[in-house]
Design a protein around this ligand. Structure first.
Ligand code: AMP
Length: 406
């Protein structure tokens, strides 16, 4: 049964903000993590970017902070990079737009002064990279004595980037009575040790760990250079005229531009992504379901709630960064034992990502080339992939008989 945000126990001001964001239903990590976090439990979530993990930790925090005093630091989010800090800040402001809470981000590479001013004015939520936060803490600009919730976001990346000592120093100075939420793409040994140090009796939430693709799916990998993907897609759709087709792109912008190109080539294509209004999304989906439009171009998260049978062809316009996303995408075809085709357009910069997908599925797929769309470099075939690639270019070892260098 599909859950609604309401059934997760979120309050009306948050539900309103989510509605305004165009979110229809929670993603799996949200369904699992939000109730546990609202209960006050510690949570370890293994989930990649793109799964909706940010809302999974922000919504319970916002709900908790809605009651109680204002302008006292009660929640802290640690992120590995300033880009992620900014992203989390924007999401916190979007989801919390009907609450009177102040969020600021502090990270390195920017002048201290504006951050100090913002901190001195009083804040409810700080989103920070570890090094810069420690700077502010050591100068007395951040008072963590009333902290109630700590989030360690992308913990694996934070440790990979060498923030382990900083994170531990921060942990040492926080109240021990607090709620801690840790998110990580993978739970490595080091992340596990951090979780044991920072969390108590936590709920572990895993999203799509054991991935398997349905048996009835035929996978095709088509090697093509990036600029030619659009024309190749139009050609493929022409060659398969009777199939209801779902095309996945990584970004909203990508979805729009692919759909635009397909329309120019005479295909009727609808678009579904998070930047569209709710009514535009319903309309696009409705037309696709009724078979009025044969092709739907969608981003991963927007496509999550799609429940359409007999999609014969799924096209990965780009290779997803997270191999599990591949499994979710192609799972849209060959439902309930039916046959389906999953076609991936793969540019040379995506070959390695495709190998990660193959590793996850434990299979290798042959690389196809469509005449007229040959890529500038030829992809390696499965047999070659399993052998060690031969070094390219001239050997640097001295040839036998060559005069020794002096
Ligand atoms: P994240 O994994 O937190 O980086 O989120 C990835 C993207 O999904 C962001 O653009 C969010 O705005 C969007 N998103 C998060 N939750 C939902 C949802 N329940 N429905 C639709 N979009 C969502």
């Amino acid at each position: 049964m599909k859950r609604s945000f309401e059934s997760l126990g979120l309050e009306p001001k948050l539900l309103r903000a989510l509605d305004e964001q165009g979110y229809i239903q929670p993603t799996p990590i949200q369904s699992e993590a939000i109730p546990a976090a609202l209960d006050g439990r510690d949570v370890v979530g293994s989930a990649q970017t793109g799964t909706g993990k940010t809302a999974a930790f922000l919504l319970p925090i916002l709900q908790r902070l809605e009651s109680g005093p204002r302008r006292i630091l009660r929640a802290l989010v640690l992120t590995p990079t300033r880009e992620l800090a900014e992203q989390v800040l924007n999401s916190a402001r979007a989801y919390g737009r009907h609450l009177d809470l102040k969020c600021v981000s502090v990270y390195g590479g920017m002048p201290m002064e504006p951050q100090v001013r913002a901190l001195k004015e009083g804040v409810d939520i700080v989103i920070a990279t570890p090094g810069r936060l420690l700077d502010h803490m050591s100068r007395g600009y951040v008072d963590t004595s009333k902290l109630e919730v700590l989030v360690l976001d992308e913990a694996d990346r934070m440790l990979d980037m060498g923030f382990s000592r900083d994170v531990h120093r921060i942990l040492d100075s926080l109240p021990t009575q607090r709620q801690t939420l840790l998110f990580s793409a993978t739970i490595t040994g080091e992340v596990d040790r951090l979780a044991h140090r920072a969390l108590k009796d936590y709920e572990a939430v895993e999203i799509g760990r054991r991935a398997e693709a349905a048996d009835g799916i035929e996978h095709f990998l088509v090697a093509v250079d990036k600029p030619r993907k659009r024309s190749l897609l139009a050609k493929l759709l022409e060659a398969l005229p009777d199939n209801r087709t779902l095309v996945f792109t990584r970004t909203k912008h990508g979805a729009e531009s692919v759909a635009h190109h397909l329309r120019r080539e005479g295909n009727d294509a609808a678009v579904l992504h998070g930047g569209k209004t709710q009514s535009a999304r319903n309309e696009a989906l409705g037309r696709f379901k009724r078979g009025v439009t044969r092709v739907l171009v969608a981003t991963d998260v927007a496509a999550r709630g799609i429940d359409v049978d007999d999609i014969a062809l799924v096209v990965n316009y780009d290779v997803p960064r997270d191999p599990e996303v591949y499994v979710h995408r192609v799972g849209r075809t060959a439902r309930a034992g039916a046959q389906g085709i999953a076609m991936t357009l793969m540019s040379p910069d995506e070959w390695l990502m495709m190998r990660d997908v193959e590793k996850l599925l434990g299979r290798r797929f042959s690389r196809e080339i469509v005449p007229g769309f040959e890529p500038a470099v030829t992809p390696m075939q499965p047999a070659e992939l399993t052998q060690r690639p031969r070094p390219q270019g001239p050997s640097l070892r001295p040839r036998r008989g060559a005069a020794p260098r002096r």
